[in-house]
Design a binder for this molecule. Sequence first.
Ligand code: NAG
Ligand code: NAG
Ligand code: NAG
Ligand code: NAG
Length: 276
Amino acid sequence: MNHAGVAILILCSRCFAVTIDHLEVPSVVELGTDSIVLDCQYRTTSPMPAGLVMKWFFNGSSGLVYQWIPPLPPQVIGILKGKVDIGFRISAEPLQAYRAIKILKPTTDLSGNYTCVVSTFIQEDQRTRDMIVYSPAKNFHFFQEKKYVFLVTLICKAEELYPKPDMAILSQGKPLEQAVVDTKMNSWGLYSVTAIAEVHDDDVTGASEEFVCRLSLPNTNYTKLLSTIYYAGSIPTTHTVYGVQRPQHRQASSGTAINYSQSLGWIFITFLALRR
Ligand SMILES: *[C@@H]1O[C@H](CO)[C@@H](O)[C@H](O)[C@H]1NC(C)=O
Ligand SMILES: *[C@@H]1O[C@H](CO)[C@@H](O)[C@H](O)[C@H]1NC(C)=O
Ligand SMILES: *[C@@H]1O[C@H](CO)[C@@H](O)[C@H](O)[C@H]1NC(C)=O
Ligand SMILES: *[C@@H]1O[C@H](CO)[C@@H](O)[C@H](O)[C@H]1NC(C)=O
């Protein structure tokens, strides 16, 4: 390019200027939300800047998901394909109309970084924001299993969570160190989690104690609590024995000698209780 050309570009750089003022991306969205809008609010200094292109990327520069070159219609690409209201216009102005993306029924796999890039022939601006689509708990339960006189097993479970959950069983506000937490991901990318803690009557302060199961999803404000009160010295019962498999496994691995005639008795009572 000759000097005159450079001078013209410098003098006229305002003709092509583009600036992103604000990137509106909801940081936390609950799964099941009807729709959300990601809005890239930009400004151009000329009414028809040469070569205006706007693009949205998901999780970095290789994840193009949306492209709009006014006055052509926008294109939805990649992970957002089929999930966007293609007729959605956020503004009546021709250079602003399709700058935003309306995502219908956002799913957890859309959690990540969204980058808006707006460019003209000589200038470019970009902004990135994070979004997390979380899945609240299904089947969140906290219960006691009382099979031995001096011992109670506390079990807390929850399913279909996203992102990877944190679970703790608390006694007087402090997590029980002996709790074993097991987290699994299913083929949909959702997590189930179980926390199990055995508490000996000697460790129970007073005649009874309240235990709390705390479930939370990191980087969201989602926290749920369930509590149960254990009465020390209570008689073994069968009414909470629904999780049959895992407790049997724990009996075997805990090193306690199993009194088969006793266990068979409990299984029989459970069987009778369930039949009712
Ligand atoms: C998302 O953005 C954050 C900070 O903006 C960055 O640390 C992280 O690596 C990005 N993740 C991906 C997958 O691009
Ligand atoms: C996008 O990046 C986030 C981290 O920023 C990560 O948790 C998520 O799994 C990524 N999503 C995909 C589909 O790669
Ligand atoms: C979490 O809750 C606090 C207080 O209600 C609020 O100020 C904050 O913005 C929330 N954070 C998110 C990520 O929703
Ligand atoms: C097992 O339990 C039964 C019934 O409570 C009792 O009669 C028996 O003595 C116990 N056996 C052992 C080995 O503890």
